[in-house]
Write a protein that binds this ligand. Structure first.
Ligand code: SAH
Ligand code: SF4
Length: 387
């Protein structure tokens, strides 16, 4: 058996089981981690691989929420699974459906805090916008999530679980949806609450399962991770995760970007661009997406468009122009559509694809940057009580 680095996890898992008599949530565990656990628990080595693959298939291809429904497993093995594991998905606390069909979910698990996830149906695709944290440590001045202090990082089972719970809600299992047509969820964007590169390991492990052909089997080219610019982890997206990358740029001078995306004070535009020019495996078929929120009178002039083109020169890329989505208490206004069109036209003329994003779900505060939950980080004594 290949040597792997999961002993620590397994020890933790076992301690959990032995000491607290808690069952382990099998969602979000890699095949390697499950194999190790099975082996330690005495399942014959020659059967381990097959067993793991059977369980994964029931979970991720068929969406089963109970080990008892995994009908090709022996009774003894199902008993063993029931004794040691659970399959608990995030629970839907609230669901809102927008006039345009966008769905926003408020989830909770057995851990502290609540988080939001969005499903955006389009003609040719269905996109789930996943959260990586509850709240955010950064406070971009135009973002609703940024007004919520970080409560905690989401665990791997919660990242994968957002997709599973939405697939349940949409009855999107076995390769087709409830209308018996092809599956509804085709794309994933890591653009919900939080900064995914500040929760790198859990986000990586979650996306690994989402991408895995024996997991949720969503192609890496249909998964985009968006970051505000956490420089030390950006190349790791290509090297260790392999999905597509989006960068929240939003400003073309350091003075404006400092105000909009304060992480710019740590890693400024020049450093960011230098790093992106060296981004591994960059090509015309796998371009970087720059996100650029259009804020009236702040960053939407033709001068900005000109500077933007200069900045991204030499980087295979496209620019998504996002009209600002207002939220209660926000201090900005969306740019006028004609101004946005002029800005887009300049970028197009310079050779960059620059779609203007249509706000989706803004009537239920489900559009980009509108997500937030009421959760706050509890004081230590409370935290223990609530776990
Ligand atoms: N933290 C990551 C991903 C989550 S935000 C990041 O910042 O990239 C997803 C995208 O929505 C980012 O590009 C973000 O800048 C943008 N955004 C935030 N607030 C917005 C708002 N009010 N209107 C439009 N876009 C917004
Ligand atoms: Fe956090 Fe992204 Fe919002 Fe900035 S835009 S506060 S990084 S979620």
């Amino acid at each position: 058996m290949e040597k792997i680095n999961t002993f620590d996890i397994m020890d933790d898992l076992q301690n959990d089981t032995l000491n607290k008599k808690q069952k382990i949530n099998i969602l979000g565990l890699s095949q390697k981690a499950i194999s190790q656990y099975f082996q330690k628990k005495g399942i014959k080595e020659k059967n381990v691989n097959m067993r793991v693959k059977q369980v994964w298939s029931w979970i991720y291809s068929h969406g089963k929420i109970s080990f008892d429904d995994m009908t090709n497993l022996s009774k003894d093995f199902r008993f063993f699974l029931n004794e040691n594991f659970n399959l608990e998905r995030p629970i839907i606390v609230k669901k809102q459906v927008s006039l345009d069909g966008t769905r926003k979910y408020l989830f909770k698990t057995n851990k502290i805090g609540e988080f939001e996830t969005v499903f955006i149906p389009e003609e040719d695709r269905g996109t789930v916008c996943l959260s990586s944290q509850i709240g955010c440590t950064l406070n971009c001045s135009f973002c609703h999530t940024g007004t919520q202090s970080l409560v905690r990082n989401l665990e791997t089972f919660e990242i994968v679980g957002q997709v599973l719970a939405i697939k349940d809600d949409l009855m999107d299992w076995d390769g087709k949806n409830k209308h018996n047509t092809k599956r509804t969820i085709s794309n994933i964007v890591m653009m919900g609450m939080g900064e995914p590169l500040y929760n790198f390991d859990n986000v990586k492990d979650g996306i690994d399962i989402i991408m895995n052909n024996e997991g949720l089997a969503i192609s890496r080219r249909r998964i985009t991770l968006s970051t505000s610019g956490v420089l030390p982890n950006i190349h790791r997206v290509a090297l260790e995760i392999g999905c597509l990358l989006a960068i929240s740029l939003h400003g073309t001078t350091d003075s404006v970007r400092d105000l909009l995306v304060p992480i710019n004070k740590k890693w400024n535009i020049a450093e960011l661009m230098l790093s992106l020019k060296k981004y591994p495996k960059l090509s015309n078929s796998e371009r970087i997406t720059f996100e650029y929120v259009m804020l009236s009178g702040v960053n939407d002039s033709l001068e900005d468009a000109k500077r933007l083109v200069k900045l991204i020169q030499g980087i295979p890329s496209k620019v998504n122009l996002i009209p600002f989505n207002p939220w209660p208490g926000s201090n900005y206004g969306p740019s006028n559509p004609e101004i946005i069109e002029k800005f887009a036209a300049y970028l197009r003329k310079a050779g960059y694809s620059s779609p203007v994003r249509k706000p989706r779900g803004d009537d239920i505060l489900a559009a980009c940057g509108q997500l937030k939950s009421d959760s706050v980080k509890p004081k230590k004594a409370n935290a223990l009580l609530q776990i």
